[in-house]
Design a protein around this ligand. Structure first.
Ligand SMILES: [Zn+2]
Length: 505
C-alpha cells in the first residue's frame, strides 16, 4: 500500500512539474500584471485607512488596525529578546496604546450600563453612561440614555404584599439513585425534592411569564429606633409594566451526610475563576464539578438573562448547623467526634483526609462569595427543630447553638426560615407577648418565612416582614398542581422518572 501511494504521489508531482514547464510567456506576463495591480491596490488602501482615521464610519476598522499594529510590535519585541515593551518604540506604538484604551473604556462602560439597565438598575446605568458621555463619539451613549429615560417613565412600583415566594431543597441530579437507592429516603425525596430537569424548566417558564427575582431585603427595610422596637418599611421595587416580582429560597443547603449516596451534589465550592459551582462526589469516590444545584444553575440562568433578577437579587438560603454548611463539616461535633449520627461517622470514615479548620475556612469563603453574588443567608435553626413545638428552653438552646456555631461562619443574618415551615405565631400579627418572637427580635431577626400554599401571603408588621412560601416539589406538583400553575405548567415540568403515585405524608 505504502509503495503504491508513493508512486501515485510521485506521478502527480511529475505531472505538475510538466505543466509548469509548459507555462507560456503570456501566462507569466499576466501573473506579473496581477501582482503589480494588487500591490498598487494595497498602497491605495493603506493610504485611505490613514487619511480616514477620524471618520466615524471607519472607526471600528481603524481601531482594529491600530490594535494589530500594537500586537505586532509586542511580538517583535519578544522575538528580539527584549522583554520590556517601552513607550519609545516608535510613534506607531504610542498612538495605538492610547486610542484603543479610550475606545475599550467606553465600550466596557456601555456594556456595563446595558447590563445594569437590563437588571432594572436604571439610575446606576445612567450614572455609568454619564461618566463616559463626553468620550463617546458613536452616539450610542446618547441613544441609551434616551431609551432609559423612556423606560423609566413607564415603571410601576410593586405592591410588596402581593409578592409570591417559592422554595426548593437540594436538587436531585441522579434520579435513579435518589428514588431507588433507599426506599424510605427515596419516598421522602419524591415528596419534598425537585429534580435538576424540573428546576431548569420551571425557571425558563417563570422567565417566559415575566417573573423577576427580588430579595427579602428589597421587599422591606428594617431600621433601628431609639426605643429598640425598630421599624419595618415597605421597599420600593420599580419594574416595567407586566413584570412580576417573586422571592426564591433554598432549604437545608447543607449537603447532609445522609444524602451522600443518593445522587445529589455534595458541596458548594468556588472554582478557579472565582465562580460558585458544585462538587459532586460519586459513590465510587470520583468527583465531578459543575452546576448540579440551584445556586450555580440560577447564577448561570441570570448571567444569560439579567432581566430575570432585580438588581442582582438571587434567593435566600436557609442553613441548619448540626451537619455543617454548604457540604463543609463545620460543626464542632465533627471535630470533637461527639454526638455523631451513624451517617456522620460513615462520612468521617470515608474522608480520612478531613481537615476541620480547612472546612471552616472554605465555608467562610463560600458564604462571602454567595453574599457577593446576590444570595441572602438565613437561619433554619441548628438542629432543624420545630420552633413552634419546641419548649422555650430548648428553643433558646438550639438558637444559641446556631448563633455560636453557624453565624460565626456565615456572618450575621436577620432572616428566619422556619424548619418544617412552622411559624412561632398564628396568622395574626406578631406581638412582643409572643416570647419566641420577642427573643428572635431581640437577637436581630426581622424577616420571617413560613410555609403557606396560598400565594402570595405577605405580612408587613410594624417591625418585621413575614412571608409564606410554597414548595415547588413532587408532593405539591402531584397533589396541588393548580397552586403552582401561576408559575409554570406542572404537566410540562414534572419529571417522568418519579415513581408514581408520589407518596402522601
Ligand atoms: Zn428544612
Amino acid at each position: 500500500m505504502l509503495e503504491k501511494k508513493d508512486d501515485m504521489n510521485g506521478g502527480r508531482a511529475r505531472r505538475i512539474r510538466e505543466r509548469h514547464r509548459r507555462r507560456t510567456m503570456w501566462e507569466r506576463y499576466a501573473l506579473v500584471t496581477v501582482v503589480g495591480v494588487l500591490a498598487v491596490a494595497a498602497v491605495i488602501l493603506a493610504l485611505k485607512l490613514v487619511t480616514s482615521g477620524n471618520s466615524e464610519g471607519k472607526k471600528n476598522d481603524n481601531s482594529q488596525l491600530l490594535t494589530s499594529v500594537e500586537n505586532t510590535g509586542a511580538v517583535e519585541t519578544e522575538a528580539s529578546g527584549n522583554g520590556n515593551v517601552s513607550d519609545d518604540q516608535g510613534t506607531g506604538t504610542v498612538i495605538s496604546s492610547s486610542e484603543p484604551q479610550t475606545d475599550s473604556a467606553v465600550a466596557s462602560a456601555i456594556e456595563e450600563a446595558k447590563r445594569l439597565a437590563a437588571s432594572y438598575d436604571y439610575d446606576e446605568a445612567v450614572s455609568r453612561l454619564e461618566s463616559i458621555r463626553s468620550k463617546d463619539e458613536s452616539g450610542e451613549v446618547e441613544k441609551l440614555l434616551a431609551e432609559i429615560a423612556d423606560v423609566k417613565k413607564t415603571l410601576v412600583d410593586a405592591d410588596i404584599t402581593a409578592i409570591p415566594h417559592i422554595f426548593f431543597h437540594s436538587l436531585i441530579v441522579d434520579t435513579s439513585l435518589a428514588f431507588h437507592n433507599d426506599k424510605a429516603r427515596g419516598e421522602d425525596y419524591n415528596r419534598v425534592m425537585t429534580t435538576v430537569d424540573e428546576f431548569n424548566k420551571m425557571m425558563q417558564q417563570m422567565y417566559d411569564k415575566d417573573y423577576v427575582l427580588v430579595s427579602l431585603h428589597q421587599m422591606a427595610q428594617y431600621t433601628e429606633t431609639a426605643d429598640g422596637t425598630g421599624k419595618m418599611t415597605a421597599g420600593k421595587i420599580s419594574l416595567p409594566p407586566g413584570k412580576k416580582p417573586f422571592v426564591l429560597s433554598l432549604d437545608d443547603m447543607s449537603y447532609y451526610a445522609y444524602m451522600m449516596p443518593d445522587g445529589f451534589a455534595t458541596k458548594l465550592i468556588i472554582d478557579s475563576d472565582g465562580r460558585l459551582t458544585n462538587e459532586m462526589e460519586k459513590n465510587d469516590g470520583t468527583k465531578v464539578y459543575g452546576s448540579y444545584d440551584v445556586v450555580p444553575l440560577l447564577d448561570d440562568f441570570v448571567e444569560l438573562h439579567p432581566d430575570f433578577s432585580y438588581r442582582g437579587a438571587k434567593g435566600a438560603i436557609a442553613l441548619t448547623g448540626y451537619d455543617g454548611v454548604f457540604g463543609y463539616r463545620t460543626d464542632q461535633d465533627y471535630y470533637l467526634k461527639e454526638h455523631l449520627l451513624s451517617n456522620q461517622q460513615e462520612w468521617l470514615d470515608k474522608h480520612p483526609d478531613f481537615d476541620y479548620e480547612k472546612d471552616i475556612a472554605e465555608a467562610k469563603k463560600v458564604a462571602s462569595a454567595l453574599r457577593e453574588d446576590g444570595w441572602e443567608l438565613a437561619t433554619h435553626s441548628w438542629g432543624h427543630r420545630d420552633m413552634k413545638e419546641n419548649s422555650m428552653e430548648k428553643f433558646i438552646i438550639d438558637m444559641e447553638k446556631w448563633i455560636d456555631r453557624v453565624e460565626t461562619i456565615i456572618g450575621e443574618t436577620d432572616i428566619v426560615i422556619y424548619p418544617f415551615g412552622t411559624d412561632v405565631g398564628s396568622v395574626s400579627k406578631y406581638t412582643m407577648d409572643n416570647e419566641k418572637y420577642a427573643w428572635l427580635h431581640k437577637h436581630g431577626f426581622h424577616y420571617f418565612c413560613n410555609v403557606d400554599s396560598n400565594q402570595p401571603w405577605v405580612q408587613l408588621g410594624d417591625n418585621y416582614l413575614r412571608q409564606g412560601r410554597i414548595d415547588a416539589d413532587g408532593y405539591m406538583m402531584y397533589y396541588h398542581p393548580g397552586k403552582l400553575s401561576q408559575f409554570f405548567d406542572v404537566s410540562y415540568v414534572f419529571d417522568d422518572s418519579r415513581p408514581l403515585p408520589v407518596p402522601e405524608y
